[in-house]
Design a protein around this ligand. Structure first.
Ligand SMILES: O=P(O)(O)OC[C@@H](O)[C@@H](O)c1c[nH]c2ccccc12
Length: 262
């Protein structure tokens, strides 16, 4: 059975080929580093990554009219500690230009949210102002994940290493990655459950590993639940994209860490 992830990766391979054929050389980029790891590890509150997401394969159009720069600025003003920008075009209707524009407008770490399968995409992300890239464990075999991870680090990028099950988590732990994203959404079936964070976070023992719970987070209750499970950060797209009051919605999610209080 082919899944949506297979379809996305197939399109991505074509995009990468075009990029290579174009012979475009990425301009040298600003070397300022905004460390998501340092920022989130040094906070007493749950850190929110606000995601700019026009559409998705599971939800269709979320907000196709959004002004990505205004949206990102509103997130930061409301207290988001980082911004995620979907840059995939065919499935999420984002662009690399969104990333570059947002980079000029905000001063927090920016995650380039894409399906990275080749080093050329890493250099492109860096050139457009990303501080962090996403690597999705279910997208590639381990040896390729390792080489892309190393390529990102050589480019002074942090990596959000995304896992969804125990096998993928084992790979993350073997690779000794600093930032593990636990995706509550199964990218093959679109099922979403915060149980995934609870089950997997428990198996991450190292204090110095930053755990981020991704997808399906809607309420203060959800934020508290993943915090209790060990997450220090959350990645929130749809709830913020659909909110009529970003400040109120986001502030609700910024719960204290390491406590069952409140
Ligand atoms: O809109 P949500 O349910 O809050 O989810 C945000 C983010 O976690 C989700 O967009 C995401 C997580 N991992 C991904 C990988 C590819 C594309 C998208 C994603």
């Amino acid at each position: 059975m082919t899944t949506i992830l297979d379809d996305i990766l197939k399109e991505k391979a074509k995009e990468v080929q075009k990029l290579k054929d174009s012979g475009a050389v990425e301009p040298a980029s600003d070397t300022t580093v905004h460390s998501l790891y340092d920022s989130f590890m040094n906070s007493d509150l749950l850190s929110v990554i606000g995601e700019v997401k026009r559409a998705s394969p599971s939800k269709g159009d979320i907000d196709n009219q959004v002004n990505p720069v205004e949206q990102a600025k509103a997130y930061v003003e409301a207290g988001a500690k980082a911004i995620s920008v979907l840059t995939d075009t065919p499935f999420f209707k984002g662009t690399m230009d969104d990333l570059a524009q947002i980079r000029k407008a905000v001063d927090v770490p920016i995650l380039c949210k894409d399906f990275i399968i080749d080093p050329i995409q890493i250099r492109r992300a860096k050139a457009h102002g990303a501080d962090v890239i996403l690597l999705i464990a279910s997208a590639l075999p381990k040896n390729e994940l390792v080489s892309l991870y190393n390529e990102a680090r050589r480019n002074h990028l942090e990596v959000l290493f995304e896992v969804h099950n125990e096998d993928e988590l084992t790979i993350a732990l073997d690779m000794d990655v600093d930032i593990i994203g636990i995706n509550n959404r199964n990218l093959k079936t679109f099922d979403v459950s915060l149980d995934v964070t609870e089950t997997l976070a428990e198996k991450i023992r190292a204090e110095e590993t930053l755990v981020i719970s991704e997808s399906g987070i809607k309420s203060k209750g959800d934020a508290k639940r993943v915090t209790r499970a060990g997450a220090k950060g959350i990645l929130v797209g749809e709830t913020l994209m659909k909110s009529d009051n970003i400040k109120e919605t986001l502030e609700e999610l910024v719960v204290p860490l390491g406590s069952d209080q409140g």
